[in-house]
Design a protein around this ligand. Structure first.
Ligand code: B12
Ligand code: SF4
Ligand code: SF4
Length: 388
């Protein structure tokens, strides 16, 4: 307990009102304050990990689990967590034609971490002036903090069946960031109502069955996790479900009725970079390592790495084939990455099933059977030529 701050120098009466004003002035959309206790559903998180639902993030999340259980491990004597929501929906997604790919709207522009970090730092400077001697730590995905749990506690929304934190007025298209402090501030109350009611639109719409039950997400099946975090081979049974998504997935939010009237935040930082809504697959499938870095290094797509992005783009083209793009897949059969070669082989197999570009696809698959050295890619070539 911080006796010095709580007993001898309580925060000025209107500090919190000024803090709220300052947050909005800096560009945050909403603010709430929660006590820095262990996340109320930490057991749910531990169970989720134990049941193997974290996919490729298992090790990383397990390693940091003890820190996540105790906010004071991130800031000594942490007393309050100021949760900040930033709306990022800037414009509507355009439906992709065959040959185009979809990117989750949070990733249309530059990396949001930089923008939020600079706003958080401005907020910290303000708080240090308003309450001299306080200690703070700004977090924007940069520390193991249960951001949704604390933001729920801070009254910023309820946890929807799609696992998103949803604001009854603003929907779920917002980022969270947090400011930890050793100041004892007055806390907001959590929303007690579950506004999902009997709706199951998100569970019904998930194309890969990644929401097996309300508020339970299986990252092993989630397109968002597979296309952002997992740069390996996508299980064959999940590839059709990718549709034209190449980075992230917004389906369980797009169908949510609470997003129908979500506000837009058309500031330059959130407007789509040219060619992102939607993306021409041609411009992705032809990227070499240097091109990839040049185009995506300052954007969220860097996280997929070239391997993951080209793999997902090949799958997207296989799901909506365009004859003129078949040569790009043929080129990728010679890529240095087996994961990309395998995805290209699978996609060419989809061309055969759709009876598009049959000549070029068959010739390439047959000729590469003679040269391919990786057994897993050989299997892909074989199944592409003999679809079940
Ligand atoms: C790992 C991770 C992922 C993983 C797993 C997501 C998941 N649903 O668990 C993957 C890669 C799939 C992912 C995807 C996305 N993510 Co993400 N992700 C995270 C991260 C880093 C940790 C989340 C986590 O620990 N998940 C494990 C589960 C078990 O924990 P949880 O989601 O926090 O859920 C807790 C609460 O929901 C609570 N709870 C559950 N049921 C109930 C019921 C009640 C009544 C109560 C009170 C609480 C409660 O218990 C859970 C355990 O503590 C957070 C940032 C952070 N540090 O928190 C961002 C974060 C959750 N992601 C975010 C975003 C934007 C996305 C995507 C939209 C990106 C995209 N378009 O592709 C998708 C959305 C997919 C989806 N339906 O969740 C935002 C969410 C903002 C919001 N409005 O909710 C966050 C907060 C990042 C940020 N700083 O803004 N993400
Ligand atoms: S992000 Fe997409 S794949 Fe993941 S749970 Fe939502 S709808 Fe399913
Ligand atoms: S789609 Fe329906 S069930 Fe899913 S989060 Fe939205 S309101 Fe809840």
């Amino acid at each position: 307990m911080n006796t010095f701050l709580t007993e001898q120098r309580p925060p000025e009466k209107n500090l919190v009102d000024r803090l709220r004003e300052e947050a909005l002035r800096l560009g945050f959309s909403r603010i709430g304050i929660a006590p820095a206790i262990s996340p109320v559903r930490h057991d749910t998180f531990r169970k989720w990990l134990d049941q193997g639902y974290a996919g490729v993030m298992h090790q990383w999340l397990t390693r940091h689990e003890p820190l996540r259980a105790d906010p004071a491990s991130l800031l000594a004597n942490c007393q309050s967590i100021i949760s900040l929501a930033t709306d990022y929906a800037s414009t509507d997604p355009l439906p992709p034609a065959p040959g185009q790919g979809r990117v989750s709207r949070y990733a249309w522009s530059e990396d949001y971490h930089d923008l939020l970090r600079s706003r958080l730092m401005a907020m910290e400077r303000w708080l240090h002036t308003a309450a001299p001697g306080c200690h703070t730590r700004g977090v924007v995905d940069s520390a193991p903090l249960a951001e949704r749990d604390h933001a729920w506690m801070a009254g910023l929304g309820w946890i929807g069946k799609n696992t998103m934190l949803i604001d009854p007025d603003a929907g779920s298209w917002f980022f969270l960031s947090s400011l930890l402090t050793d100041l004892v501030l007055p806390f907001d109350s959590p929303l007690k109502v579950d506004h999902c009611g009997t709706c199951t639109a998100c569970l019904d719409a998930c194309p890969t069955g990644a929401l097996p039950a309300p508020r339970l997400l299986d990252a092993n099946r989630c397109i968002s996790s597979l296309s952002i975090e997992d740069h390996g081979v996508v299980d064959e049974s999940l590839r059709a479900g990718f549709g034209q998504w190449i980075f992230g997935c917004d389906i369980c939010q797009d169908v949510c009725p609470w997003n129908r009237h979500a506000p837009t935040n058309p500031i330059a930082e959130f407007l789509p970079n040219p060619g992102m809504n939607p993306v021409e697959l041609e411009s992705i499938l032809s990227l070499n390592a240097a091109d990839f870095r040049l185009r995506f290094s300052d954007t969220p797509l860097a996280r997929a790495k070239r391997r993951g992005l080209l793999r997902s783009a090949a799958i997207a083209l296989g799901n909506a084939p365009v004859e003129s793009l078949a040569p790009l897949l043929v080129n990728l059969l010679d890529d240095a990455e087996p994961v990309i070669r395998g995805a290209a082989a699978w996609a060419l197999g989809r061309f055969l099933v759709a009876d598009i570009g049959r000549g070029i696809a068959t010739a390439a698959l047959v000729s590469h059977q003679k040269t391919e050295s990786d057994p897993a890619v050989q299997t892909e070539l074989l199944s592409a030529l003999k679809p079940s």
